[in-house]
Design a protein around this ligand. Structure first.
Ligand SMILES: O=C(O)CCC(=O)C(=O)O
Length: 265
């Protein structure tokens, strides 16, 4: 299976329409790939808080329309990263979009863990409530977004829901680049799954992005890693490696599903 992570550069100077056109052209150029992944909140910018309310869009808005057409044109599964979703009946959400090679929207995932503590999406957006997986002919995808990477319990839930390839779009800052790489490897190793972690490059909202998108195999080894600028990272991966890792080193069988209560002394 061939997968590409499009590590898009997101700046405050390029308009969402210009970036959508550029992202569409990059996706359309990926004919021959099986899966393409874009970063988190790339149309508006993960840290461009001031642009979110006016630029929020519905699930059939301009980004979804452009990405559906690009997935169909390239004939690829497209994890189109995430958008600021405008729910007419509720708050905004950080929502990922997954299209099949016919351009059909097959899954949406509303980010569960909102980043920002007392600012940003933690105050501006609603929290997703659903674990989302997507069976494909290449294996079952498990969807998570950026800050979710810090919460292993979400990944255990994705594992239990059948995930074999964890797709993680992000807008992860350069300041914590070391955390990004370490956590991506940890999640792959502990779930014995592929991790496809697609970050943003560039600087927007005053926050320099880490880039360094990476693909990690179920043994925890980094298969490929991007630099810090805009880049398309293309890898060949073997989805059968997931079952092989789980059979060769069957650590998941030893999970203690009922952890004993601590002994009081
Ligand atoms: O956890 C981090 O350090 C970064 C998270 C983040 O930037 C996000 O979720 O948008």
């Amino acid at each position: 299976m061939r997968a590409s992570l499009i590590q898009l550069s997101v700046s405050d100077t390029e308009s969402p329409d210009e970036r959508r056109a550029r992202a569409s052209a990059l996706v359309r150029g990926r004919t021959g790939d099986d899966l393409v992944v874009l970063p988190e909140l790339w149309p508006l910018g993960g840290f461009a808080y001031g642009a979110w309310s006016s630029g929020a869009e519905p699930l059939d808005g301009p980004t979804a329309e452009a990405m559906s057409a690009a997935a169909r044109a390239a004939g690829v599964w497209l994890h189109a990263g995430s958008i600021v979703e405008r729910d007419p009946d509720g708050p905004m959400y950080n929502t990922s979009l997954l299209f099949d090679p016919a351009g059909e929207l097959r899954r949406t995932y509303r980010k569960i863990h909102r980043f920002g503590f007392d600012s940003g999406e933690a105050v501006a957006m609603g929290a997703g409530q659903e674990i989302v997986t997507a069976p494909t002919e290449h294996g079952t995808l498990g969807l998570a977004t950026c800050y979710d990477l810090r919460f292993p319990e979400l990944f255990r839930a994705l594992l239990d829901a059948g995930a074999e390839i964890l797709t993680i779009p992000a807008a992860w800052p350069a300041r914590r680049a070391a955390h990004w790489t370490l956590l991506a490897r940890a999640r792959a190793l502990e779930e014995q799954a592929y991790v496809l972690a697609c970050n943003t490059a560039g600087t927007h909202g005053g926050v320099e992005q880490a880039g360094r998108s990476l693909v990690v195999d179920p043994w925890g080894e980094v298969v490929a890693e991007a630099g810090t600028g805009e880049e398309v990272l293309t890898v060949e991966i073997d989805p059968a490696a997931v079952a092989k890792a789980r059979a060769d080193f069957p650590v998941l069988r030893d999970r203690l599903l009922g952890i004993p209560a601590p002994v009081r002394r």
